[in-house]
Design a protein around this ligand. Sequence first.
Ligand SMILES: [Fe+2]
Ligand SMILES: [Fe+2]
Length: 315
Amino acid sequence: MSDVTESVDVHVPISTAYNQWTQFESFPEFMDGVESISQTDDRHSHWVTNVGGARREFDAEITEQHPDERIAWKSTGGDTSHAGVVTFHRLGDEDTRVTVQLAWQPQGLVEKVGSIVGMDNHQIKADTARFKKFIEQRGTETGQWRGGTATPGAQDTGAVQDVPNPSPTTESQDDIVDVLFRQHRDIMETFIRVQAAASEAKQRLFGELTDLLHTHESGEQQVVHPVTRTDTPDGHLVAMACIAEERQADQMIAELKKLGTDHPQFDIKLEKFQQAVLAHAAREEQDEFPLLSQLPAERRQAMADQLRTTQAARN
Ligand SMILES: [Fe+2]
Ligand SMILES: [Fe+2]
């Protein structure tokens, strides 16, 4: 088994840090090797991971859950064995140390070599740094589930519940960063669905994907990048870089459309395109969204409304 551990200090209360780690479906926001997680019930989830191009799927169950202390899960079946433990230590009212430990069985050559050269350590460092940025930027968790697992001597501290956090995830208060994050996730999920489909379904889903991408990017170009360019400090270069990448994406879409979903090269080209879109989304999330987050809340919410209107008019 490969095993890596990393700690990170985050500037949020312990309950906020803990609550976020109960939201398994949000892990892909900060865990780079995780493509998607769908929660099947309070204790079970289905994971799709992709490390160095090696795609794995497995089911996982929560084995321990003690509010504000510890969450542990392990795989129960699928392509690989995987386990994770996250522990939380209170450093102060507003500061928490989060320690993440992951263990898994490397499968193919890529994963084995990756383990040997320390790619795993590199990845978990990047993942915990992204978690820090994600939670500190939001200042609040995306939701919470504070049920506990019954273990001898341990008290279950709360009723089993799934409470979506009212702010900022409610539709009316969504700001531009929330909306863009959600659209990025929808796009990535659609990529996975296109990859998994065949023949007519693949063609239809690829059509959906290109519509989503065009709607998203044109919305950004009309509503988002101009604000980044003129109204945020040093935003000019960030906006220019984003627009240049979006033009390249347009070209790649045109090439894929010309090729057609039945072409033997389609999947390989789609994979390359997906990597480019992922890198582009990561650039926006790391460089542009923090600039937008500095704008006043009313402005960010007004931008979200404007984006919705612009995109609805396009569809
Ligand atoms: Fe973009
Ligand atoms: Fe984007």
